[in-house]
Design a binder for this molecule. Structure first.
Ligand code: GN1
Ligand code: MG
Length: 350
């Protein structure tokens, strides 16, 4: 549910007049609540951070601060959306119920897309996310902390899924029988993941970790990517997380919300565009061993998202926001369809 009222104390903390601002809900995120706030000719994005998901919001703010400082110092022309400071000089403000809020500039000529129509967009988006990680390859990881522990740890996500089966209501187990079978069928991907991580072939880098296609702003008038958004999970990670989530959300012509599964197809040209766009920036940074994990990335990230949606359905929709009954189940079915196609096409050329 979207909060209809933004607490006055929050608006005042940013010197916005509660009686003059115009507020409209924004975006299609599953976790935070986002609003466009306009006062006179000034536009901002105001976000209430989900404190159940981000239990250490200071850690989110600190990571963004460290990254913003590194970029400002080393790449002053790079367009990075950092928070607007409050009157007190903070990049986070807490309301009376202890919900964290932050304000960001609104990018007038920026648009988000839920699904892509051209290969150029896919190339640009991948280049955009990879360009961030490349610029951060010289930034120290020492003070960067995980904002969500084990976020993309597939081994742990499989454990959570197994637990959810034991605890789920019988009716949900029945409606989810098909995706549960698929989750088990693809569990070899979790073994491959474990082996890859244990091999230590992948370098820990600063990654975005939520590179689904609607987390980058495109120029309204051109296919160009302007800047990455949704920086809550900017933290140490492996490149496969970013490349994989891009592949997951770009290969299909429809988004993860699509319920008509016949509309999901695998677009090889979009797959190639994502990989090429990513490697344009990161090709020289990644090691030979990392490059050999490129094709695993899309499988891993599509599987983990299918599992997470399914687990949330089995747990009674406690994590992702849902607007109708069975939405998480439909998202899981959608993602298993993408996974099946990806697996067949990329690995067997079927
Ligand atoms: C969530 O915040 P949003 O909607 O961009 C989730 C991602 C998932 C995504 C699936 C913190 O992202 O990991 O990939 O939903 N973010 C968190 O749509 O769990
Ligand atoms: Mg997010």
């Amino acid at each position: 549910m979207v909060a209809t009222n933004i607490p006055e104390e929050i608006l005042q903390a940013y010197n916005l007049n509660p009686h003059l601002v115009k507020i409209v809900p924004l975006g299609a995120g599953h976790i935070n609540q986002t609003f466009k706030v306009t006062e006179d000719s000034h536009c901002y994005v105001l976000q209430r951070i989900n404190k159940q998901v981000f239990t250490k919001p200071e850690c989110v703010a600190e990571n963004i601060r460290l990254v913003a400082n590194h970029l400002a110092k080393n790449f002053p022309d790079y367009f990075f959306l950092k928070p607007v400071l409050s009157v007190a000089g903070h990049d986070l403000e807490f309301d009376r119920d202890n919900h964290p809020w932050r304000l960001m500039p609104f990018v007038e000529n920026g648009v988000t897309k839920e699904a892509l129509t051209t290969e150029q967009e896919a190339f640009e988006a991948a280049r955009g996310f990879a360009g961030l990680t490349r610029r951060l390859s010289t930034c120290s990881l020492e003070n960067m902390k995980p904002t969500i522990e084990r976020f993309h740890d597939l081994t742990w996500r499989v454990e959570q899924f197994r637990e959810s089966i034991v605890e789920a209501e019988q009716s949900r187990l029945e409606t989810a029988a098909e995706p549960i079978a698929l989750a088990k069928q693809f569990s070899f991907l979790a073994d491959e993941y474990r082996a890859l991580i244990d091999s230590e072939d992948l370098q820990l880098r600063i990654t975005h970790n939520d590179t689904k296609i609607n987390n980058i702003l495109f120029d309204r008038e051109a296919d160009k990517a302007l800047c990455v958004i949704d920086l809550d999970t900017l933290m140490p990670g492996y490149f496969i997380y970013d490349l994989g989530d891009l592949i997951r959300t770009c290969v299909s012509p429809v988004s993860e919300e699509e319920r008509d599964l016949s509309k999901i197809v695998f677009r090889k040209n979009f797959y190639d565009a994502v990989v090429n766009g990513y490697l344009t920036e990161m090709g020289n940074v990644l090691s030979k061993e990392e490059l050999s994990a490129v094709s695993f990335s899309g499988l891993m990230m599509t599987y983990i998202m299918a599992l997470r949606f399914l687990t949330d359905y089995l747990k009674g929709d406690v994590y992702y926001s849902v607007h109708y009954d069975g939405q998480n189940l439909n998202r899981a079915k959608n993602q298993f369809t993408v996974l099946q196609l990806l697996y067949d096409e990329v690995h067997h050329g079927k």
